[in-house]
Design a binder for this molecule. Sequence first.
Ligand code: ATP
Ligand code: MG
Length: 607
Amino acid sequence: MIIDNILKLFRIEVSVRQYIVKASQVGKQENEQKKDNEAGKQPSVDFIRTIVAEDNRTKKWDCEVITRFPPEPNGFLHIGHAKSFCLNFGIAAENEGGRCHLRFDDTNPVMEEARYVESIQEDVRWMGWDWEEHLYYASDYFDQMHDYAVQLINKGLAYVCDLNAEETREYRGTLTEPGKDSPHRNRSIDENRDLFKRMKEGEFKEGSRVLRAKIDMSSPNLNMRDPVMYRILHAEHHRTGSTWHTYPTYDWAHGLEDSIEGVTHSICTLEFENHRPLYDWYLDKLEVHHPQQIEFARLELTYTVMSKRKLLQLVEEKHVNGWDDPRLPTISGMRRRGYSPESIREFCRRIGINKFNSTIDIALLEHCVREDLNKTSNRVMAVLRPLKVIIDNYPEEQEEWMDAVNNPEDPEAGTRKVPFSKIFYIEQDDFMEDPPKKFFRLAPDREVRLRYAYFITCTDVVKDDNGQIIELRCSYDPATRGGNSPDGRKVKSTIHWVSASHALHAEIRLYDHLFTKEQPQDTADGEDFKSSLNPESLTTLSDCMIEPSVKDANPLDRLQFERLGYFCLDKDTTKNEIVFNRTVTLRDTWAKIQKKGQTAQIRKLNI
Ligand code: ATP
Ligand code: MG
C-alpha cells in the first residue's frame, strides 16, 4: 500500500514535469503562429481543425461533425465565449453536414435565470450563428441522467455518501497525499438504490448526502477520487420547477449531455484537461456514445476581466450600468458600444486556437474593430467640445449645402449635402491662441481649410470676463469654395465644423479601459480586483454638435465622426435627446505596437 502510494506520487511528479516541458515547446510554436495570425496573415489550420480533418479521413465518426456550445445561463456572454462559439459553430459550418448545438447547461438552479437564456440566444444569433432546430437544455435530460446514475449504482460503481463537506474534503487528500475511503463506500447496492431514491424525493436535508462515483481515492488525479455526481438542492429550477431535489454536478452531467446529443467533438477550455479521465470513465462505464473531449486555451484580454462571477459583481454593485455597459467585454456591451460582429469574428480568427494560456492585448481587438468600421461606416462631422466661430464677411442669412463624401473607402456609399452658414462650431482643440511650433491648426492670423467648405482666417479672439475664449471671429475667402484656392495658396491643415443653426445637439459618451491595470485579476494579498477600476472609464459630454444628416440614425447605427473616431447611436436616444457612444478612437495603438515589434513583449504568459 505504502509503495503503491509512493509510486503514485512519483507518477504525479513525472507527469507534471512532462507537462511543463511539453507546454514550453508547444508555447514556442504557438507564439510563432500567433504572431502571423495577429498580423492578419491567413492562419495555418489549428490543432482542433486538424483533429476533425483527420477523423473525417479515417471515418472515425462516419464523417459526422457535431459540436456544441454549452453555456451555463448564469450571466451574459463575453468575448471569451465568442472565441468558443466561433470555434464550435465555425467547425460545424466548415464541414459538410456538420452542425453545432446550442445547449444550455442548466444544471445549477441557484445561479440560473431565464433572462440569461434569452440574452445568450440573442448574442449568438447577432454574431451570425444559427443552431437551427438544435437548441437543447441539459435539464431536459435530467430523467435520463438519473437512469444512468442508477445504472452505475447497479454496477457497484456509485454510492451514497453521508460525509459532510468538511469531512469530504479531509478524506479527499491533497496533491501530495492520497485520499481515504469514505466509511460509506461499501454500502450494498440495494441500500444505495434506496437512499438515492429518497434523496431524489426530497426526504433529506441539503448537504446531508451526495451520490459519488466509486473510482479510486488514491488516484494521482484528484478528480478521480470518488467525485460527487449528485447533490441535494431544494431549489426551484427555471425550467423544471420543484420536480427535482437532486441536481447533477458539472462533471457528471456534461459528458452525458454530449453523449445523448451524439456530439462527436466536445471542445472545452484547458482547465478541463484534468477532468477528461473522468469524462471518459463515466461514458466508458455506461457503455454509451463517447465523444472526444478536446481542450484549448481560454481567452484573456488586458485591462478587463472575463469571469462571469466578476462581471456579475461589477453589474450588481453598479460599478457599470448593466450587463450591456459598453465598457464590459460582454457581447451585449460590445454591441452597444458599436463593435460589429464581423470585427469580433475577425479578432477570434486572428488570435487562433491553441493550447497555451496567454493574455491578448486589447489593442488587437480595437484594431480589428477599426479595420472593419473603416470599410463600413459613413463619415459625418461632429464637434465634441464646441468653440463658436463667426465669419464676419459671410452674408447674414446665407446657407450653402456642401457636397461631402460618405465613405472614401466605399464609392457606393455616395455623397451627401452638409449645410454651411455664418456661425458654426469647431473643436476647442483645433484652436490655440499662442500655438507651439508644430501646431498647424487654427490660430490668430492663420488660415486653415474647413472640410468641404472654405479657407478661413482667424481675425479676432473673443473672451469672457474670466479670460476664457468664447468665440472666434474669422474671415473667409469665397474663391476657395470646396476647399481649394484658385491662386494655388496652400494651408497646412483641414478642420471639421458643424453649422450652428443646423446642428443636432447630442450627448456623447467616451470610454476608456475599465481597469487601470493590464491584468486586474492579478491582485496582491487582501486586495480586490475592483481596486484597479478606472475612475475615468466613462466621460460624458453633454453639449456636442452633430451635422443634421444624422437625424434619421437608428440605435446601433455606426458612424465615423471625422478626425474623432467611430461612434454608435445609443439606445438611450429619445425624440429629444441624441446619445452616441464612442466605439473606438482613430488612433491605432496596435499598429504602432506592431511597427515597433513589441508583440512578444506585451503578451503576458500566465503559467
Ligand atoms: P465562468 O467560469 O466565468 O462562469 P464558464 O466558462 O463557466 O465561465 P460557461 O457558460 O460554462 O462559462 O461557458 C460556456 C463555454 O464557453 C464553455 O465551453 C467554456 O469553456 C467557454 N468559455 C468560457 N469562457 C471562455 C474564455 N474566456 N475563452 C474561451 N472559451 C470560454
Ligand atoms: Mg462553466
